[in-house]
Design a protein around this ligand. Structure first.
Ligand code: DQA
Length: 137
């Protein structure tokens, strides 16, 4: 299950120098083509509570969750608690290298409870996160 947070619905047109020119819908189709034997699901919301609800729903229904909580990464105790409260492992992904950006992006409420963190590899990070789960099955 891939869960994307706020403003990631604008991928393709949003700050292309940082996030690239591809929409997530286009990239998700490429992932589905590449991982044809794997059931992939994708959810995006700009609303914190909806992301928390989706984490609860996805728990136990999927073998793994790939989460880019976007700006909520740096602010949301609720999302951090949600990950702590579910069983399904979460890999945190960021398109950009958040550590090479503003100081406020260095803090993550997701990372302490994530299985792993992938950042700075562009959209490839989602692919790598899926591979990290498939390696274990
Ligand atoms: C992001 C990094 C966050 O700091 C930012 O707020 C985003 C996207 C990334 O994928 O690089 O919206 O999560």
């Amino acid at each position: 299950m891939i869960i994307n947070g706020p403003n990631l619905n604008l991928l393709g047109t949003r700050e292309p120098d940082t996030y690239g020119n591809k929409s997530f819908e286009t990239y998700f189709s490429e992932l589905q083509f590449k991982f044809q034997k794997t059931e992939l699901s994708y959810f995006q919301s700009n609303i914190e509570g909806e992301l928390i609800n989706k984490l609860h729903e996805a728990d136990k229904e999927f073998d793994g969750i790939v989460l880019n909580a976007a700006a909520y990464t740096h602010t949301s105790v609720g999302l951090g608690d949600a990950i702590k409260g579910i069983q399904t492992p979460v890999v945190e992904v960021h398109i950009s290298n958040t550590h090479s950006r503003e100081e406020f992006r260095h803090k993550s409420y997701i990372a302490p409870n994530a299985k792993g963190v992938i950042l700075g590899f562009g959209l490839l990070g989602y692919d790598l996160a899926i591979q990290s789960f498939l390696n274990e099955i």
